[in-house]
Design a protein around this ligand. Structure first.
Ligand SMILES: CC(=O)SCCNC(=O)CCNC(=O)[C@H](O)C(C)(C)COP(=O)(O)OP(=O)(O)OC[C@H]1O[C@@H](n2cnc3c(N)ncnc32)[C@H](O)[C@@H]1OP(=O)(O)O
Length: 448
């Protein structure tokens, strides 16, 4: 049978789900072909045996589930053979900080590719629909991803929950903090990060709403043992560690020099993790005073950046593009909202629409004396709604990364009953914003 472009007969693809095998296992070929398909899908260079083995081991450490769509024998003789999936879809479970120090298990979706000669036949839709249904059946209340393009995932109920920003900081004489820093910063051997990076990150994770726990790859990268191109040693990496007044490591910056051909002399931050505001400013004070360096660039700065307010000359920091970072997708409204602290007393009735049907319904949120009760109303319940919104919007506001008032002004949050005035929508959105307020600006520094 031949598969026509634009069509996807049910028997054209077989969906297989499995865990990675280590490179020493007899069935490693299945894992290898899956990894090669991901690399192909993201236009990466073909990689060697050692790098493959390392990726497989990291997948094992993270307990990733690998899903592949394989052409069935009925579809003739495919390019790269029947063992190479034409679509890949990876998942792993990590905690998400939902505010006020609460960590909730999230279902992370990653490595989504559909090979060009099989695109737009509904493979992504099928894999996503089946996968989210399985995660919900497992009792996971929220899914998450970071997106290659912002136009793909809203149709599956995902909304942007945090953003990040590219910054360039002029160093040298123009760089000066208006406030004294505490503790001290030391240069460290990158290998020290094997032990330190997860410990420091764990503290930062607990302190930051919107943070997602990290994959093994981050630890190896901070330790200079995972060069993106080769998977081998990252010879350019430098590491600085912030120690608090008691000498405990509470922040690190991993960075590299762009080379003498680059004007002005520039250092790029690969990763910067601070468990405290003091560590954050201390690390910046260090980076801002590197001899011979005139500029520090960072692609993953928080949008609400204390550095911008701590500088004597605020124009020493140039704010570049600000892009969507973490996308969230609530799978179970009662469980997701029940898992987080709602910070403001009040009562609201929300009408939620869900393009995949998982959460469509009407919910009452009641918060009294700091205790919250979330209840899904019966389908024939006629309680008037305060707000109507899609699950993507409820997911966007979930960790406090955007105000519901802003989404109401964007027309994404609407009146929950016919004839509801704009004033009522603003008031109810403000109540929702207060309920969902978090203790610090939401930020996610984990790409997956
Ligand atoms: C979480 C991550 O891993 S992000 C990485 C995503 N992967 C990439 O960017 C790699 C390159 N791109 C691809 O591999 C593929 O084009 C994919 C995975 C984005 C899409 O796969 P496909 O199988 O072609 O998608 P599918 O046919 O199921 O389309 C589902 C819907 O998404 C839409 N869609 C698919 N890709 C895109 C896109 N890039 N931009 C906008 N809409 C898109 C389709 O039009 C379709 O819409 P509809 O059903 O609402 O009418």
């Amino acid at each position: 049978m031949t598969v026509q472009p634009g069509s996807s007969p049910a028997d054209a693809y077989e969906i297989r789900r499995f865990r990675a095998a280590p490179a020493t296992a007899p069935d490693f070929g299945v894992t290898e072909q899956w990894i090669r398909a991901v690399n192909y899908g993201f236009y990466e260079k073909a990689i060697g045996e050692e790098y493959l083995a390392k990726i497989a081991q990291a997948y094992l450490d993270d307990d990733r589930e690998l899903t592949g769509a394989y052409e069935t024998l009925a579809s003739g003789s495919p390019a790269f053979g029947h063992e190479r999936p034409v679509a890949t879809f990876g998942t792993l479970r990590k905690t998400l900080n939902v505010g006020h120090g609460q960590l909730v298990q999230a279902h992370l979706v990653t490595a989504v590719t559909v090979r060009t000669d099989h695109r737009r036949r509904g493979l992504l839709r099928r894999l996503m629909g089946e996968d989210l249904a399985r995660a919900k059946a497992d009792g996971v209340a929220i899914a998450a991803l970071t997106a290659s393009e912002a136009s793909i995932y809203r149709r599956f109920g995902f909304g942007v929950a945090t953003r990040e920003r590219r910054i360039t900081v002029t160093t040298g004489p123009q760089f000066r903090l208006a406030v004294p820093t505490s503790g001290r910063v030391i240069a460290a051997e990158p290998s020290a990060m094997l032990d330190l990076a997860p410990k420091i990150f764990a503290r930062a994770h607990r302190a930051t709403p919107g943070s997602v726990d990290r994959q093994e790859r981050y630890r190896l990268r901070a330790a200079g043992q995972w060069d993106h191109e080769t998977g081998g040693t990252d010879a350019a990496l430098r590491v600085a560690v912030h120690l608090d007044d008691d000498g405990t490591a509470d922040g690190y910056a991993a960075y590299s020099f762009r080379g003498w051909d680059h004007e002005p002399a520039t250092v790029s931050i690969r990763d910067l993790v601070a468990a405290t505001p003091e560590a954050y400013l201390g690390l910046w004070d260090y980076l801002g005073s590197l001899d011979l360096i005139r500029s520090v660039e960072w692609d993953e700065a928080p949008v609400e950046d204390p550095l911008a307010w701590a500088l004597v000359d605020p124009r020493a920091i140039r704010l570049g593009v600000d892009t969507d970072m973490l996308w969230l997708r609530i799978l179970d409204v009662e469980a997701a909202l029940g898992a987080r602290h709602l910070a403001h007393d009040g009562e609201l009735v929300l009408r939620v629409e869900d393009p995949l049907g998982f959460t469509t319904g009407t919910y009452r949120l009641a918060v009294s004396a700091g205790r919250s009760h979330i209840e899904r109303l019966a389908d024939d319940d006629t309680t008037p709604g305060d707000l109507a919104l899609d699950i993507a919007e409820l997911s966007s506001v979930y960790v406090g990364g955007v105000s519901p008032v802003t989404l109401a002004e964007a027309g994404r949050i609407r009146a929950g009953r016919s004839g509801g005035s704009a004033r009522l929508v603003t008031d109810a959105s403000l109540t929702l914003a207060r309920m969902f307020a978090v203790e610090r600006p939401a930020h996610c520094s984990t790409h997956f």
